[in-house]
Structures are given as C-alpha cells and as structure tokens.
Design a protein around this ligand. Structure first.
Ligand code: ARG
Length: 471
C-alpha cells in the first residue's frame, strides 16, 4: 500500500487491486509536466508563507534532481514500475520525500491529485498541440511545393470514382491543403480551451490556503484560470475536442492515403512511391506495397475509437472527480503519437512520390470527360442547359455504341445531333487543356486560378484564417 495513504487503512491493498487501479505504467509519460506543476506550486506555497525560503529551495532542488533522474531512467529503460505508488504523482512525491526528508511532506499542501492531474494534462496537451501544428504547417508547405512543381499536369477528376472532368493535379492536391488549414483552425480552438489553469481547485471545492492562482498560471504560461473548482477537476472537454480534431485530421489523411493506394496500383499507375516508403511481400517477389498509406487509413479507426471511448467514459459521470477519469490517458497518448507519426510519414511519402505525368494525361485523352464542355458550348450558342445536356448525352451514347471517342466524330455525325455543333470549334474544346483552362472562376482548376489559389493559401497560412470573400 502507498505509505502516504496508510493512515486510514488497517489492511494491505489486495495486490490485484493495486495492479488494477494503478496508472503509473502509462502516466509516467507526464513526469515532466508533473515536476513543472510542482515547481510552480512550491512558489505559490512560499508566497503564501506555507514554506520558508529554505524549504522552498530544498523542494525545488530536489524536484529538479528527480526530474533528471527519472528522465535518465526512462531513456535507459530502467524506470521501475512500483504499483504501490499507484500513479506518477505519488511516485514522484515518494521519491522526493526519500531525497529531501520531511520537507517533502509539505509539497502537497493545498493540492489534490485531482487538480494536479488536470494541470499535468493541460500542460501536456498544450505542448503536443504546438508540435502537431508545426507538423501540419510543414505538410501544407510540402503540398504547395508539389502543386507548384507540377502546376500544369492534367489528370482525370472523379466523381463516383468515374472519370468526370479533367483537372490539374495541382488543383487536386491543393484540396488537401485546405483540409489541413481547417484542421489547424480547429486545433487553434482546442488550444484556446486547453489554455486554462486548474490548480487551486484542490480535490473539488477550492483551497482554504491563500494560494496565488494567477501567479501560478503566469509562471506556467496559461492565459486563463478555471473559474469553478468543480468544473476544473471534472472537465475533459478539451480532450474530447482534441480527439475530435484528431479524428477529422486522420480522416483527411486517410482519404489522401486511399488515393495514393489507388494511384500507385497498376490499374491507375499515376504515381510511384519511393521505395523507402513501401514494403515487400514475403511470398510474391514483384510486390511493392504501400503499407504506410494503408496503415494510416487503418489507424484512423483506432483514433475514432478513442474519441467515442472518452465521450462514453464521460457521459455518466457525476461531478466531480471519479476514478473513471484515469481512463482518459492511454487513448489520448496513443492518439497523439498516431497523429504525429501519420502527419510526418504522409508528408514524407508525398515528397518522395514520383508523378507519372504521361499516364495521368493519357487517362484524360480518350474518355468522355469533355462532354460537359460540349454541353456548355451549346449553352453559349443559346440552348437551355437541360436541352444541351440531353443532346450531348445522346451523342455520348452514340459514340459508345460505335466505339468512338468524342474526338473521332466527323461533322456529318455531329449535325445529326444539332446543327450548331461545329467540328473545328469542338475539336479545339476537346483538348483537355482547353477544358481545364476554361475554369477560370475563383476556386476553379484553370492554371491561373490555381496560381491565385496558391497565393491565397500562402496568405492564409500566415494569418491562420481561411475565408476572405472580398478580395
Ligand atoms: N491517477 C489519477 C488519474 O489519472 C490521478 C488522480 C487520482 N485522484 C484520486 N483521488 N484518486 O486520474
């Protein structure tokens, strides 16, 4: 049994219970944040005359040494999981007391593990949000680079996974830029609601000691305080929001990965992934599998699972702290790692991919993706769009029956469908580049529109905002 708690109990805890209730094997990840929070708490205790100067410096020196030791132990794989300590908070306090003697017993004055663990999680998530945002930004830069390098490469655009209209590859890939931009805006909101300092809430009711919460907040880099101690120890909204951000971000990566898997198949053959991002088959010597892309797609499922898990965990909890809340951590830590690795690897995979420009362009040469162009052409000749749509639909059906492409039709055949269909004008329109170049409207796939889009993307990255309607 943990000796700090032994006053109340006559019998030892059942070892199975000790093992079952412990969180040290995963929450030791929070050791830095725990020490950081304790250092600020020591300052608050000192300012409130609950510690004298000597005691404060003894505790601080001890905490810093302890931090070094634990860091080394974890690095070397020598960190001992003593389940009697229950969690990282008790573990550090026990070791601090062993190190500095009775003064160690003063550290927990005016504090509970309930506000302590809340503080640690806030500190942890704020730091991780910063790292994830930097990864998102890097990814966006990679997308812009790729779009600029391949600005005029044409490929089929799809709806229903059927060739629909030709688009620029740069336009296609820039769609992911905007998804990531919205992800970053969402993350900014999560950061804002994580930026709240819970210490001083005690177990649930606040503290009778005169602890300067604002000073603690300032020292730890928080801009706001929880205004309600009961909310402070119960709130996990910021985790739910972070997991929701993560789920959306993984969904975006998963869609990109799905496209990469398709594009590097022999059926599409639009891109080739770098060998360093693929793996072989143990049986089939010819295989080069896009495992990274597949795993990102697969891992998206477990991130969703964690979001639903934490929401379910919270839904029946009465105020305030309940031990159930200890279950918030493993999935969170796993999600942070998964998102970070996925962002990094997807970016690297894109960077290393070679585009098979010829294959992409061939794919738009002899299909019917110019049909909308022909319908628009008839509209410009004065026909209502619905009628034009019907005429060109019949034309496509005719071509299919005769096994012809639109480009292979002669003037005589065209006239059977409408007298305004002029072969010379139409031949011009049926070049994929003409179709693409016509989509000049802001947000469209014409090269100059994509150039403008990239300019706007750069501007948004600097200002962290997506939408300016009047520009
Ligand atoms: N290990 C606990 C957690 O992760 C810390 C808080 C425990 N508080 C308590 N009163 N048992 O949530």
């Amino acid at each position: 049994m943990n000796r700090f708690l032994s006053g109340r109990f006559d019998v030892d805890t059942d070892p199975q219970v000790e093992r079952f209730t412990a969180s040290l094997h995963f929450d030791h990840l929070l050791f830095s944040e725990d020490v950081e929070g304790s250092l600020a708490h020591v300052d608050a205790l000192w300012e409130a005359d609950l510690l004298n100067e000597e005691e404060a410096s003894t505790l601080k020196k001890g905490l810093k040494e302890l931090h070094q030791e634990v860091q080394e132990e974890i690095k070397k794989g020598e960190f001992k999981l003593n389940f009697a300590d229950e969690d990282i908070h008790m573990h550090l306090e026990r070791r601090l007391t062993e190190k500095v003697g009775d003064t160690g017993g003063k550290l927990h004055t005016g504090r509970s593990r309930n506000d302590q663990v809340a503080l640690d999680l806030h500190l942890y998530l704020k730091k991780e949000i910063g790292e994830i945002d930097a990864l998102l930004e890097d990814f966006q830069k990679t997308i812009i680079d790729l779009a600029e390098k391949n600005l005029e490469v044409i490929m089929p655009g799809y709806t229903h996974l059927q060739r629909a209209q030709p688009v620029l590859f740069s336009h296609h890939i820039m769609a992911y830029f905007w998804m990531l931009q919205r992800d970053r805006e969402r993350l900014e909101g999560v950061k804002d609601r994580t930026d709240l300092m819970p210490l001083g809430a005690g177990a649930l009711a606040g503290s009778g000691f005169n602890l300067n919460r604002s000073r603690v907040a300032r020292e730890l880099g928080f801009s706001r305080l929880y205004e309600n101690s009961m909310d402070a120890v119960s709130d996990r909204d910021y985790l739910v929001e972070f997991l929701s951000f993560s789920s959306t971000n993984m969904m975006h990566l998963s869609r990109l990965c799905e496209e990469l898997v398709l594009w590097c198949s022999s059926e599409f053959n639009f891109i080739e992934l770098d060998q360093s991002h693929t793996t072989g088959s143990s049986l089939m010597p010819q295989k080069k599998n896009p495992d990274v892309a597949e795993l990102v797609r697969g891992k998206t499922g477990r991130v969703y699972g964690t979001l639903i898990g934490v929401l379910t965990l919270l839904k029946g909890l009465p105020l305030t702290y309940n031990k159930d809340l200890q279950e918030d951590k493993e999935g969170l830590f796993d999600t942070v790692e998964t998102v970070k690795q996925s962002l990094y690897l997807c970016k690297e995979m894109l960077k290393g991919a070679r585009l098979n420009r010829k294959k992409m362009e061939q794919a738009v040469e002899n299909d019917f993706s110019g049909a909308t162009e022909l319908a628009d052409y008839l509209v410009r000749k004065g026909l209502p769009f619905r009628e034009a749509h019907h005429i060109i639909g019949a034309l496509v059906s005719y071509c299919e029956k005769k096994n012809l492409s639109l480009k292979e039709l002669n003037q005589e055949q065209l006239l059977q469908f409408h007298h305004a269909l002029d072969l010379d004008e139409i031949s011009e329109l049926l070049f994929p580049l003409s179709s693409v170049s016509a989509k000049k409207l802001r947000g469209g796939t014409a090269p100059e529109a994509v150039r403008e889009q990239i300019k706007e993307a750069r501007r948004c990255m600097q200002n962290k905002e997506t939408f300016t309607a009047d520009k």
